[in-house]
Design a protein around this ligand. Structure first.
Ligand SMILES: CC(=O)SCCNC(=O)CCNC(=O)[C@H](O)C(C)(C)COP(=O)(O)OP(=O)(O)OC[C@H]1O[C@@H](n2cnc3c(N)ncnc32)[C@H](O)[C@@H]1OP(=O)(O)O
Ligand SMILES: O=C([O-])CC(=O)C(=O)O
Length: 374
């Protein structure tokens, strides 16, 4: 059943059209250009889905090979961008690093006209993992890594640069799934940010920079990091249950649960949960996954709140040795496809987005002289 949508936060109001995805129309379904996300996550690589979202159709074998080769060739970073990254402090949040990296790229490789929109998007898709890993490894390990790896996929490129070795097949596959699940989600807050920016006829880098800022918050993409910070403090399922009940009694918001559109489940959860369980067996974990499952049970039993896409991403990423503060940047590496496709869609049928406000302030009044104010 679809969620009843009304009230603040523009909930339930149609703010534009899209042919890119449907979210929660049947209560819990998600499709990208008509394909069920579950089927895409089962059968496709992320690059196929990026191609689908950005170019409108699934690629043929040859088109996919060409697209991947093109993305591989675009992984390098200009020296001026590396110089900027080297100056950003170690304790900066990687989402701020990515926001600055994207903005700097826009200075160095500016989108001069909209004919370049596919090219600048491909470039960002190829080099965002390089930006984040170059900064991370420079500030944390003191090394200037080679970002031009020959890895087959974006996810493998990321893990290779992060860990200094090629990922296992299992990890490469989980990255495909994760990036597919995060790729596109209709008019969520960050995508809407990108579309508002696009509606002023601004450039692609500005739209994406703004969207990164919106995704950073814990009510949106930042929830995967917040969920990790919570579950890593639980030592057993019993401990998790006790703490969760305390949080609920104190009316705290629990990150990784609930959704603005879905009513009783997020279709991405069962998929990433399944992979998280596989990874937990792979690493021999007997705490984090059972703790996560208990959190899910308690939230449903007590509040009928379900895990959204972010919750089991936390344990899955942790099992792959990814530092918590890099979780949301991975979301960016993927959602970039959705953002850019929405920018292109907005540009193709544009009117500046400019809603109205209901005024709740003072009636008209005159300005008192400085000496008469208190
Ligand atoms: C990929 C993504 O961006 S998915 C979203 C990631 N964000 C999170 O996980 C943050 C935690 N979740 C939330 O804050 C919210 O569920 C949101 C922001 C996702 C959606 O917000 P809304 O649409 O306003 O939520 P909704 O209307 O369903 O809330 C209903 C009630 O449940 C409560 N609720 C919703 N989510 C939670 C939660 N995670 N923990 C505790 N209570 C919650 C709300 O406070 C509200 O209670 P109230 O009526 O007493 O105020
Ligand atoms: O749609 C939303 O509001 C948030 C979300 O799940 C996403 O952006 O993936």
């Amino acid at each position: 059943m679809a969620k009843q949508l009304s009230g603040a936060g523009l909930r339930g109001q149609v703010a534009g059209k899209t042919a890119l995805s449907t979210v929660g129309i049947t209560g819990s379904g998600l499709t990208y250009r008509g394909y069920d996300v579950k089927e895409l996550a089962e059968k496709c690589q992320f690059e196929e889905v990026a191609y689908l979202i950005l170019k409108g159709k699934l690629p043929t074998e040859q088109e996919l090979a060409d697209y991947k080769a093109r993305l591989r060739s675009l992984r390098g970073l200009p020296q001026a961008l590396k110089d900027v990254l080297e100056r950003i402090p170690k304790d900066a949040h990687p989402m701020d690093v990515l926001r600055t990296g994207c903005s700097m790229l826009g200075n160095l490789e500016t989108e001069e006209n909209f004919d370049q929109q596919q090219d600048v998007t491909d470039r960002m898709l190829a080099c965002f993992p390089s930006i984040i890993c170059y900064w991370y490894r420079f500030t944390h390990d003191g090394v200037k890594i080679d970002v031009e790896t020959d890895d087959d996929s974006i996810g493998s490129h990321f893990l290779h640069m992060l860990h200094g070795e090629k990922p296992s097949e299992l990890h490469a596959q989980v990255m495909h799934v994760s990036l597919i699940l995060y790729a596109e989600h209709e008019f969520n807050a960050s995508t809407f940010t990108a579309r508002v920016c696009a509606s002023t006829l601004s450039d692609m880098h500005s739209c994406v920079t703004g969207a990164i800022g919106s995704l950073r918050g814990p009510l949106h993409g930042g929830a995967n990091e917040a969920a990790m910070e919570m579950i890593e403090g639980f030592t057993s399922p019993e401990h998790a249950e006790e703490e969760m009940l305390g949080k609920l009694a104190r009316k705290e918001k629990i990150m990784g649960f609930g959704h603005a559109i879905y009513s009783d489940s997020d279709p991405r959860n069962e998929i990433i949960k399944m992979w998280s369980e596989k990874l937990s067996k792979d690493v021999g974990d007997d705490v984090l996954y059972p703790v996560s499952v208990r959190c899910e049970e308690v939230m449903w039993r007590e509040k009928k709140l379900f895990c959204n896409a972010d919750f089991f991403h936390a344990s899955a990423y942790n099992f792959m040795g990814i530092p918590t503060k890099l979780f949301t940047p991975i979301f960016v590496m993927s959602r970039l496809t959705g953002w850019a496709a929405h920018v292109m869609e907005q540009r193709a049928d544009n009117r500046i987005i400019r809603p109205s406000a209901e005024y709740t302030g003072e009636e008209l009044r005159s300005v008192p002289a400085l000496k008469d104010r208190n």
